[in-house]
Design a protein around this ligand. Structure first.
Ligand code: UT7
Length: 325
């Protein structure tokens, strides 16, 4: 039996923050942001909304589309670096919001690679019969985790949630190959320094804004291209395929120049690449499931298509997956 993405859903807050809005907040320009990153605008969650609320909205859409009831789910995995709380997990709040209980719900933290990691864990749970239908989400409220006075990071991120429902299936749909990896030696290059056991919250950590994103952008950029290209090529080889067999390429959306450099290395045409960074910016773990959902809705991803998912994020973490949709 294969693993099937039965259905997907996304939630993006209504509020749009454009590059022109940011020009009024920090010393930046629409021209710089567009040409250096490809971003034109991003979505910002209303203050009363937390990450689990966005996942719940996206989950309801995915359930509706598959004609499923919340009770048909028996495991929830949420990938996020912006959980509602340190504990309980965001997945537990989603379970509560959906009116469910008495099955496993937990978060995965693999930064921007979290959704791919979550799908890989879900596949193992399904194959081992530990679950029969898993809801996997990548979701972030990055607007609560950036320093809005730091132009080098605040222009890059946005809020949103994407969801996929996975189950075992007898039809042709399947995960044909995947690889996932991390290199913790490079963790300092992309980090939220404070708020955990290393540096608990204090007046000093708040004054120094250490509860926000710190990033060595150029190093992250170089590693992202290197490892996304490497893992994409490996996933294709392991599936017994070449780049020409792919119908669609869905990469993590951190910077249009990272995507362009990666597709050049792997030899994937831009027409086969899903780009959402212009509209939604970098939503960390949520970019891949949101891009998948957009592709499905736009008719670019259809049953039987071969799609290559590819990701990179803090940790560093990265991975790739070939899916027969
Ligand atoms: O999701 C995974 C995590 N994130 C990523 O993958 C992001 C990876 N990195 C990147 O996307 C890019 O490195 C950035 C977009 C973050 C930066 O682009 P860059 O081309 O590497 O720019 P830079 O950091 O080399 O900065 C160039 C100049 C600097 O000025 P000087 O020193 O040359 O005078 C910056 O101070 O651009 C300046 N700058 C800005 N100017 C206007 C940096 N941010 C801004 C800004 N507006 N927002």
């Amino acid at each position: 039996m294969g693993i099937k993405f039965v259905s997907t859903g996304r939630y993006l807050p209504d509020k749009v923050l454009t590059n022109f809005d940011l020009e009024k907040m920090v010393d930046t320009s629409d021209e710089w942001i567009r040409t250096r990153t490809g971003i034109k605008e991003r979505r910002i969650a209303p203050s009363e909304m937390a990450t689990s609320d966005m996942v719940t909205e996206a989950a309801r859409i995915a359930l509706d589309r598959a004609n499923l009831k919340p009770e048909d789910i028996d495991c929830i995995i949420v990938a996020t670096v912006t959980p509602d709380n340190a504990y309980p997990s965001t997945a537990c709040w989603v379970q509560k919001n959906l009116g469910l209980k008495h099955f496993p719900a937990f978060d995965i933290e693999a930064a921007c690679s979290g959704f791919l990691y979550g799908v890989i864990v879900a596949k193992s749970l399904l194959e081992s019969k530990a679950a029969t239908r898993v809801l996997v989400s990548g979701a972030e409220t990055m607007s609560r985790a950036v320093n809005w006075e730091d132009r080098e990071t605040c222009v890059l991120f946005g809020d949103g949630a994407g969801v996929a429902i996975l189950e075992l299936s007898n039809d042709e749909s399947d995960i044909l190959s995947y690889n996932w990896a991390a290199d913790g030696n490079l963790g300092e290059l992309l980090i939220q320094p404070a708020g955990g056991s290393r540096l608990p919250p204090s007046h000093e950590t708040i004054d120094k804004k250490l509860h926000s994103v710190f990033m060595q952008g150029a190093d992250v950029f170089k590693n992202a291209v290197r490892w996304m290209a490497d893992s994409a090529e490996r996933a294709l080889r392991d599936a017994g395929m070449t780049k020409d067999d792919i119908d669609l390429y869905i990469p993590h959306q951190a910077n249009i120049r990272i995507i362009e450099s990666t597709i050049k290395r792997v030899g994937i045409p831009k027409e086969k690449t899903v780009i959402t960074i212009d509209r939604f910016a970098n939503i960390s773990a949520a970019t891949v499931p949101i891009a998948i959902d957009c592709a499905v809705e736009e008719g670019r991803l259809k049953r039987g298509d071969i799609v290559l998912l590819n990701t990179f994020g803090g940790g560093f973490t990265w991975g790739a997956m070939v899916v027969k949709w």
